[in-house]
Design a protein around this ligand. Structure first.
Ligand SMILES: Cc1ncc(COP(=O)(O)O)c(C=O)c1O
Length: 457
C-alpha cells in the first residue's frame, strides 16, 4: 500500500463513525464521488491549491438589467425618502410575514431606534448575546440601561436560553438575541422566557435575512427585529437598515423617531407637520438605496435557497472530520441565512496544529476563511468603561455596579471565549452561492489538510 493511501485510510478510520452516507467498506474509495486526490502536497507547503485560479462569485452583485430602475429614480430627482422606500418596506415586511417594516440608514441605527422607543431606561438590565460586536448594544447604553451577558451554546454560536434564565433579576427588562453568522437563535424558548418575565425583545437579525424557525422568519419573533443591508450582507444595499414589528403604535413611534419626531399615525397632534412631537433623530433611507434593495430582493429568495442547499451539503460532508465541526442549527431551525459558514476547530483532534495554521492552510488552498471576531469580548471593551465613568451612569448605578473589573468578572462567558479560540468563519459574500463543485473544493481542501495535518506541526 502506498504511504499516501495509508495515511488516508488511517484518517478515514477515525472519521468514519461521524458520517452517515460515507462509504466505509472500500476504504480507498474517495469520500466524495467527485473528489480529487486530496493527499497531494498542501498549497501552504508549496503544493498546488485545490482551487487553482478559479474565482469565487463577487459580492455584492449588480445586474445590468437593474440600471434602468436606478436611472429612473436618479432622473426623476426625488432622492429623499418617498415611494421607493415605502415600496421596499412593504416588500420586506411581506416577505418576512411582518405587519410593519421601517427602514433606516443602517443596522446600527435600526437597533438603536428599536431600543430608543422601548420602555427600558436607567437602572434596567437587558440580557444580551455576547457573540457580537458593539453596534448590537449601543441603543441599550443610549437609554442608560445595563447590558448583562448570557453565555452562548458553542455548538450553535447562539445565546443559550438556559444561561438567560440564570441572569434574570427583578431589574431585567429586555433580551437581545443576535442571530450571529445568520444561524437562528432559539426564539421559541427565548420568547417563552420573555413572556414569563414580561421582557421586551429586540432581535439583532443584521446577519440573518430569511433565516427561520418552524417556518417563521427571524426578526418576527420579538417586539422588534433589526436588519442590516450593509454591502457584505445577504441583502446588500451598501448601507441601510430595517426594523420589523407587528405593534402599530410602536411602529408609529419608530416612524416619527426616524423623521425628526414629526407626527405619524398615533404620534399626532393639532400642530404643524414640522413640529417635533417626540425626541427623535433623522435616520431615513434614501430613494436610491431603496431601489438597490428592491433590485436585490428580485434575487434574494433564489439565493437563499442556494445558500441553504450548499449549507446542508457542507454540513453533511464536513461531519466526517472530527477536527472541524460545522455549526449546528438548533432543533426547530428550518433555514439559516448562511451569511457566514461557521465551523468549530478542535486542535486536539488535529494533532495540536493551531487553528490559525489550519486557516492559513485553508486560505492557501483558495478557501476564504478567518477566525471570526477577535478575542476581545464585548463585555470587556473600553467603550463600556467610558460609559460607566459618565455622570449619568453614576447617577443610577452603585460604584460596585460600575466597577469595570467586577463587571467583566460577573459577565465572563467561558463558552464564548472557547468559541473565540476555536471558531472558523468561511465567507466572502459569494462563497455560499457557489456551485456544487465549489462546495466540493471546500470539502476537498478540508480533506487535504486533514490528510496532511502532521506536516503543519
Ligand atoms: C450582528 C450585527 N449587528 C449589527 C450590525 C450593524 O449593522 P450596520 O453595519 O448596517 O450598521 C451588524 C453589521 O455589521 C451586524 O453584523
Amino acid at each position: 500500500m502506498k504511504s499516501k493511501e495509508m495515511s488516508r485510510r488511517r484518517f478515514l478510520g477515525t472519521a468514519a463513525a461521524a458520517t452517515a452516507g460515507v462509504a466505509m467498506s472500500g476504504v480507498s474509495t474517495p469520500i466524495f464521488a467527485n473528489s480529487k486526490d486530496t493527499s497531494d502536497k498542501l498549497a501552504l507547503l508549496g503544493g498546488k491549491s485545490v482551487r487553482g485560479d478559479k474565482k469565487w462569485q463577487g459580492w455584492p452583485q449588480w445586474d445590468e438589467k437593474f440600471n434602468s430602475q436606478m436611472n429612473e429614480v436618479m432622473g426623476n430627482r426625488v432622492w429623499s425618502r418617498s415611494k421607493k422606500v415605502t415600496e421596499f418596506e412593504k416588500r420586506w415586511a411581506e416577505i418576512n410575514g411582518s405587519k410593519h417594516c421601517l427602514t433606516t440608514v443602517n443596522g446600527t441605527n435600526a437597533l438603536s431606534a428599536a431600543w430608543m422607543q422601548s420602555n427600558i431606561g436607567p437602572g434596567d438590565e437587558v440580557i444580551c448575546s455576547p457573540y457580537t460586536f458593539s453596534a448590537s448594544i449601543f441603543g441599550i447604553l443610549y437609554k442608560g440601561a445595563m447590558p448583562v451577558f448570557a453565555d452562548i451554546d458553542p455548538t450553535t454560536f447562539q445565546i443559550d436560553p438556559e444561561q438567560i434564565k440564570k441572569k434574570i433579576t427583578p431589574r431585567t427588562k429586555g433580551i437581545l438575541p443576535v442571530h450571529i453568522c445568520g444561524y437562528p437563535s432559539d426564539m421559541p424558548t427565548i420568547m417563552k422566557i420573555a413572556k414569563e418575565h414580561n421582557l421586551f425583545v429586540v432581535e439583532d437579525a443584521c446577519q440573518a435575512h430569511l433565516a427561520e424557525i418552524g417556518g417563521k422568519k427571524v426578526g418576527t419573533w420579538g417586539d422588534a427585529g433589526c436588519f442590516s443591508f450593509q454591502a457584505s450582507k445577504n441583502l446588500p444595499i451598501g448601507e441601510g437598515g430595517g426594523i420589523l414589528t407587528d405593534n402599530t403604535e410602536y411602529y408609529d413611534r419608530l416612524y416619527s423617531y426616524h423623521n425628526f419626531g414629526y407626527a405619524s399615525g398615533s404620534v399626532s397632534g393639532q400642530i404643524s407637520s414640522i413640529t417635533a412631537l417626540i425626541l427623535a433623530n433623522k435616520i431615513r433611507m434614501a430613494e436610491y438605496q431603496a431601489v438597490i434593495g428592491l433590485c436585490q430582493l428580485e434575487k434574494l429568495e433564489e439565493q437563499h435557497k442556494i445558500r441553504n442547499e450548499n449549507g446542508a451539503y457542507l454540513n453533511e460532508k464536513l461531519a466526517a472530520y472530527p477536527g472541524v465541526s460545522p455549526v449546528k442549527l438548533h432543533k426547530g431551525a428550518t433555514a439559516a441565512s448562511y451569511y457566514i459558514y461557521g465551523m468549530v476547530y478542535n486542535e486536539e483532534k488535529m494533532q495540536g496544529v493551531p487553528r490559525k495554521r489550519f486557516i492559513e492552510a485553508l486560505n492557501a488552498e483558495g478557501i476564504p476563511a478567518g477566525t471570526g471576531y477577535p478575542d476581545d469580548p464585548l463585555y470587556g471593551q473600553p467603550m463600556l468603561k467610558e460609559v460607566f465613568e459618565s455622570d449619568i451612569y453614576k447617577k443610577f448605578y452603585s460604584p460596585n455596579e460600575l466597577n469595570f473589573e467586577e463587571y467583566k468578572r460577573k459577565n465572563h462567558c467561558p463558552a464564548l471565549i472557547k468559541t473565540y479560540n476555536s471558531s472558523v468563519w468561511a465567507w466572502n459574500g459569494g462563497l455560499m452561492l457557489g456551485t456544487k463543485s465549489d462546495m466540493d473544493d471546500v470539502i476537498n481542501a478540508v480533506d487535504k489538510i486533514h490528510n496532511n495535518i502532521a506536516k503543519l506541526k
